[in-house]
Design a protein around this ligand. Sequence first.
Ligand code: RIB
Ligand code: CA
Length: 326
Amino acid sequence: MGKKKVILDCDPGIDDAFAILLAAQHLDVLGVTTIGGNSPLENVTRNALKVLEVAGVADDVGVYPGHSCPMVAPLVTAPSVHGADGLGGACVPPPTHVAQDKHGVDFIVDTVMGTDDVTLIATGPLTNIAAAINREPRIVDRVREICIMGGSVTLGNWTPVAEFNIYVDPEAAARVFRSGAHIKMCGLNLTRQCGFTPETVARFRSIGTQAADFAARITDFGVASSVSRHQPPRAYMHDACAVAWEIDQTLIAAAPMHIDVELSGTYTRGMTVCDYRHLCGTQPVVDIERTAQMGPQGEAPNAEAALDLDYGRFLDLVCTTLANYQ
Ligand code: RIB
Ligand code: CA
């Protein structure tokens, strides 16, 4: 069987860089679309080109810039996590490749309408994905699934309850979760099981390829910039988990549940409200059988939420991938 056909929508971003390196080797990446998020659109687009060059596939995989800001809210970026340039000042030469002229949303719509069985993997704010669905609602039924790094079954990061990608554009996220597409949510409750440490950096450095050295440099920045947020310091590789889930389904255990996005809460805007009562033996007292698969408003599950990561096998996949590059 051939590699899984994917479009990767991202905002590189240190962890997005790992997502690209994994996808470029193990998946059939039809194109990379970029979205303002960790850093402004110009930076994340340049960074996507850089990482594809590190992977040696920039001649074959085009980068299509998408939206520079969310649908409604003002853009929020994360320089404290990813550096002013979005890649922790990774000291790699500027890319020699340039972005495509085609808008990222047009690329998503045209590719999905013209190619069967495409998986969308989104590792940034969901503005491009929502805009593509608004532009051509038929893509909802044509895509194989939409795998999202975003949200959380439990805690947030940008706020106590909201994860960054959803928080930046909650209106877009709500559109995607309510679209009827097959959604896989790789949220913080899962990705917080995936923290690279100084020992991880040393393991990358021992691999000896240029890609591994690049990975070590950006991880080093991520670990160092985390000391004000996490003790012991560690760089969470959120986005790499979503791609790994598409590479090897056995790496992650998941469960169906109803998920929606809070848009108006004073303290909860951007929260992914996940109904997992059926996982806890606590059923709404109405109709136990019927509501066993129901959400808080009575809807059936509309997504699969990732719950448990096999971190050891995940890290082996990353290291093997880095070793396979030049
Ligand atoms: O909350 C983590 C997510 O926000 C990741 O996708 C990271 O790259 C940032 O975009
Ligand atoms: Ca990201």
